[in-house]
Write a new protein. Structure first.
Length: 222
């Protein structure tokens, strides 16, 4: 698992659903009105931050078996009223066609009383998300562009590949947004290490061939 993705952290919630999953199409932005918590059965969702000038930033991706939007579900009305016009708004967006189950606050509270382990699971996954945000902040403020690119690629190594390969499963634009870099900076890093023989790639290909694994993983572990 990379430091910006979560999978199967809330699978226990998939065992207590009582309705059929509903389909949300690619590009759908989830509203907080009414506040609902969602369980992602299949697909991919990302958490986005949007400022007053229209600038967007991807914070993380969620895969199968994850819950999301639990924060707004438990915000009190007094907290919301104190921040009526937030400069930064957060929202979830589906990056693939998704099948989801929705839980209201009443659903979550009732299930939590019946099965306290469900609420414990939400606490555990929420703490993991806080950890991810902390790691992401450290990465943006302290790690070099090269280290960030290597960490991203090291989380996408193709198992058993020979020569070693990493699969780039998103566009350069999405990759730049996720890593807090400009696309030009990513291309510069990629070309620099290609020239030094650390890896090789075709710009139109989604795979990067790792020619010097020792140097690659050393940089990724910094």
């Amino acid at each position: 698992m990379s430091f910006i993705e979560l999978f199967k952290h809330n699978e226990c919630w998939g065992k207590v659903v009582s309705d059929k999953p509903r389909r949300w199409g690619k590009g759908w932005r989830f509203s907080d009105d009414p506040p609902l918590m969602y369980y992602l059965l299949s697909g991919r969702v990302r958490l986005m931050a949007l400022d007053a000038k229209g600038n967007e930033k991807t914070l993380w991706y969620l895969g199968n078996g994850c819950c999301f939007n639990e924060t707004i579900l438990f915000e009190s009305s007094s907290m919301i009223s104190r921040f009526p016009a937030r400069r930064v708004r957060f929202y979830h967006e589906s990056t693939k066609n998704c099948y989801l189950h929705a839980f209201s606050r009443q659903d979550v509270e009732a299930l939590g009383r019946e099965k306290p382990e469900l609420l414990l699971n939400l606490c555990q996954s929420y703490s993991k998300k806080v950890e991810l945000l902390a790691k992401h902040l450290v990465s943006l403020s302290m790690e070099s562009p090269l280290t960030r690119v290597c960490k991203y690629l090291s989380s996408r190594i193709v198992p058993g590949s020979n020569p070693l390969r990493a699969h780039r499963d998103m566009s350069y634009r999405e990759m730049a947004d996720l890593l807090g870099m400009h696309r030009t900076s990513i291309h510069k890093v990629m070309r620099q290490w290609q020239a030094e023989g650390i890896w090789d790639f075709d710009r139109n290909s989604s795979e990067v061939i790792i020619l010097q694994p020792d140097a690659f993983f050393e940089e990724a572990s910094m």
